[in-house]
Write a protein that binds this ligand. Structure first.
Ligand SMILES: NC(=O)c1ccc[n+]([C@@H]2O[C@H](COP(=O)([O-])OP(=O)(O)OC[C@H]3O[C@@H](n4cnc5c(N)ncnc54)[C@H](OP(=O)(O)O)[C@@H]3O)[C@@H](O)[C@H]2O)c1
Length: 341
């Protein structure tokens, strides 16, 4: 049996594109499973990692295999794994120091995976882990959205937005979202109650008395989000600057906590001015939470929206397409075939 595999590798930050190389298959720890990757989705963190934009939070050695989530089939289990077996169809988001899903094989901690929804293909399932967990953690874990709460979800047609709208509706919330005119029908079908064409209207002039904003845009849109909140409301951002509380919980050294405190001064002031709360979320891997999403997909309470799929060999085109930031739902690359297991 060959011990090599094809993988999309970068050898330094700001390398224009990863190259597909033949590298050694990953070795397993006792709590790992080895997965034959069938499909992996693209996420903005892939190009941010490639460009070194995450360096304050994430440290990587080179060569580095890119890719942050996947769906595939287990081909080996570690000696301490009791929850999965060879042949299981699974999906997941590896922990941040063990990324590398743009590869034919992936060794991943069994705690970071769940059984893939039976009613979804590998391509459909690969579109879920990172955006599904992020949305669940923002809307359920951090915001604790309740029936009747009003939430704005920014960029409703994106990878995060298309899933977050559906999840917020499952939690019983009233959902507003921003999008382009061409995506109005899609976000309506996903459940959005109020739709704002961001090219025509500034959301902060039309929405008010909101309980929460899920910010996926950062910058001016994040600063404006506070204006639409009722007192006691909250902003959870995945695209704004990390705040000092996050930095402390993440275990960053004091100088970085200070740096983030300084960088989020304006947001802290806005939160005080509008009697609200600002939190930065850096999503975490969780097989347990992913299993909850599996159930919701199997009950047809959630669905995936896939913009385009690309072959593994077309990764460069796929990354260039996703990097434009206008995908409708997810971009997925097909890596393996069942015949090749
Ligand atoms: N912190 C974390 O843990 C975490 C986790 C996941 C993602 N993120 C971050 O969250 C952000 C969104 O991720 P994603 O996967 O959803 O990205 P994405 O799929 O690439 O988002 C693309 C979508 O954004 C929409 N869009 C662009 N500008 C907009 C604007 N001004 N107003 C409304 N919609 C706009 C586009 O719609 P149009 O084509 O109509 O413009 C498109 O549908 C990224 O910055 C990503 O890095 C962070």
């Amino acid at each position: 049996m060959t011990t090599k595999m094809r993988a999309a590798v970068i050898d330094r930050y700001r390398q224009p594109q990863p190259t597909i190389q033949s590298v050694a298959r990953p070795t397993m720890q006792p709590h790992d499973v080895l997965v034959k990757v069938m499909a992996a989705s693209l996420n903005p963190i892939d190009h941010k990692t490639k460009d070194g934009a995450m360096r304050l939070l994430l440290h990587y050695q080179f060569p580095l295999i890119l890719g942050s989530d996947f769906a595939g089939e287990i081909v080996a289990v570690g000696s301490a794994v009791t929850t999965f077996q060879v042949g299981d169809a699974v999906y997941g988001r590896p922990r941040k120091d063990r990324i590398g899903t743009f590869a034919e094989y992936l060794a991943i901690d069994a705690d970071d995976i769940a059984l893939k929804p039976k009613n979804l293909s590998y391509v459909e399932a690969a579109a879920i882990p990172l955006v599904g967990l992020t949305s669940y953690q923002a809307l359920h874990d951090l915001m604790d959205l309740k029936a009747g709460d009003k939430v704005l979800i920014q960029a409703g047609a994106g990878g995060i937005g298309t899933l977050a709208i559906q999840l917020a509706k499952q939690l019983g919330a009233e959902v507003a979202t921003t999008t382009s005119a061409s995506h109005v029908e899609l976000v309506r079908q996903l459940g959005a109650d109020h739709i704002i064409d961001y090219h025509q209207t500034d959301f902060s002039t039309t929405l008010h008395d909101y309980d929460a904003v899920f910010d996926t845009l950062g910058g001016k849109n994040l600063a404006r989000a506070f204006q639409i909140l009722k007192p006691g409301g909250q902003v959870v951002s995945i695209a704004g600057r990390p705040d000092a509380t996050f930095a402390r919980q993440y275990g960053l050294p004091g100088w970085k906590v200070g740096l983030f405190k300084l960088a989020t001064r304006q947001l802290t002031k806005l939160a005080q001015q509008y009697q609200s709360q600002y939190q930065f979320l850096f999503m975490w891997p969780s097989g347990t939470e992913l299993a909850k999403l599996t159930m919701m997909f199997e009950q047809n309470r959630l669905r995936t929206i896939i913009d385009r799929t690309f072959a593994f060999e077309q990764l460069e085109q796929a990354m260039a397409y996703a990097e434009q930031g206008h995908a409708t739902g997810k971009v997925v690359i097909e890596i393996g075939t069942q015949a090749s297991i």
